[in-house]
Design a protein around this ligand. Structure first.
Ligand code: NAD
Length: 369
């Protein structure tokens, strides 16, 4: 159940419920923190068992977006939306357009994007009713599929991790155990192939396995359960969350964990355990932020050049986090949270000043104050 105590304890500013029986829309938008700017986060469609489960997801995911957007250097806060429904049966133009009108009613406090079970097509319907949506089709000034950008960021995270562990950022000759040959996994596989790494990979869908073999011709398939036991340099989780857990952690024979999946640590204590085992953990929500970085520039006018520059900064930020982790002798996951919190706090502090009339500071741009 949603209570103010819960919102206080997790730090949420606003949670809004929207319903439209005419198209069976049941949506919740959670705005966690807007210190850095409007709350950006995707809209997830899921067959939740009940409203409490949907609320929990919206609260947890929106908080995660505050940290992700902050650590990525974006002038954006964190939010997330969930639509309750079966994505295979309940989608319609009316449902997404009705949802788009509700997003519009928030007057720019929340900007939406694709997430699990929503597509560019769905974003297009939302775009018919509000401009506060990113990830629309390229023909409409959008940035298209985020996965190549996410993969690029993960690859930069791998380079930073190799520099830290081996003193050289090159992936040449490194052995990678890659879990999940999906959209991000395939693009990451291509980067790894081009850089001269050797990839062992796993997946559970035949079609995806075959596609990966085509993209990374010298890769070798291993069964899903064997991926944790491989003697490799890097374990790259690109399928599911929580794969660093009590069952897997003692099996890992790698020096680095670096992949695209969200919430890779089942619990924070698994991040402590990785540190104790001497395995370097690349901060998941930073290195997989290439996709959100990419959509974030749609408002200024998207270009591949801008997106590339932005995503490549993941290399430097990852190194800064490793440094903070060493200096304070804290696990990487904690150093990442700390750096994100420090950025939000420092910007909150400078916002105490009265600026007078600022509407003409940046002609042609929308103020994101
Ligand atoms: P995807 O659905 O395209 O790919 C996931 C792949 O993992 C699929 O091929 C699936 O068959 C495979 N898989 C599922 N269960 C598995 C298992 N038990 N063992 C091995 N393989 C399994 O998803 P994606 O877009 O490539 O995203 C991959 C991960 O990265 C997800 O966790 C996602 O949340 C995260 N992520 C993606 C993006 C993005 O831009 N797509 C951005 C940030 C984070």
């Amino acid at each position: 159940m949603l209570t103010f105590e819960k919102m206080y304890s997790m730090g949420h500013e606003e949670v809004v419920f929207f319903s439209d029986p005419s198209c069976n829309l049941k949506a919740i938008i959670a705005i966690h923190n807007t210190t850095l700017g409007p709350a950006l986060g995707g809209t997830r469609m899921w067959n939740y068992k009940n409203i409490d489960e949907a609320i929990e997801d919206a609260l947890r995911l929106s908080r995660g977006m505050t940290y992700k957007n902050a650590i990525s250097g974006l002038n954006l806060g964190g939010g997330k939306a969930v639509i309750m429904g079966d994505p295979t049966k309940d989608k319609s133009e009316a449902l997404f357009r009705s949802y788009g009108r509700f997003v519009e009613s928030l007057n720019g406090r929340y900007i939406t994007a694709e997430d699990v079970n929503t597509t560019v097509n769905d974003m297009e319907y939302i775009f018919s009713e509000t401009s506060n949506v990113t990830g629309v089709a390229e023909v409409n000034g959008g940035s298209g599929n985020p996965s190549p950008w996410t993969a690029r960021g993960v690859f930069r995270g791998m380079e930073a991790s190799c520099l830290k562990v081996y003193g050289d950022r090159s992936l040449k000759g490194k052995v990678i155990a890659l879990q999940g040959a999906g959209s991000v996994g395939c693009h990451l596989g291509k980067h790894l192939f081009d850089s001269g790494a050797k990839v062992f990979f796993t997946d559970i869908v035949e079609e995806n396995i075959a596609r990966f073999k085509e993209i990374v011709p010298n890769s070798e398939f291993v069964s899903p359960n064997d991926i944790y036991d491989l003697k490799a340099d890097i374990y790259a989780p690109c399928a599911l969350g929580a794969t660093i857990n009590d069952q897997t952690i003692d099996r890992l024979k790698v020096k680095i964990v670096c992949g695209a999946a969200n919430n890779q640590l089942a619990e924070n204590r698994h991040g402590d355990m990785l540190k104790e085992k001497g395995i370097l953990y690349a901060p998941d929500y930073l290195i997989n932020a290439g996709g959100v970085m990419n959509v974030s520039i749609e408002f200024e006018g998207w270009s591949a050049e801008k997106a590339t520059k932005m995503v490549d900064k993941i290399f430097d930020t990852t190194l800064k986090i490793f440094k903070l982790s060493d200096e304070q002798n804290i696990p990487v996951y904690r150093a990442t949270d700390l750096m994100a919190e420090q950025r939000i706090e420092s910007i909150r502090n400078i916002k105490g000043k009265y600026l007078g009339n600022v509407s003409h500071r940046f002609p042609g741009r929308v103020s994101r104050r």
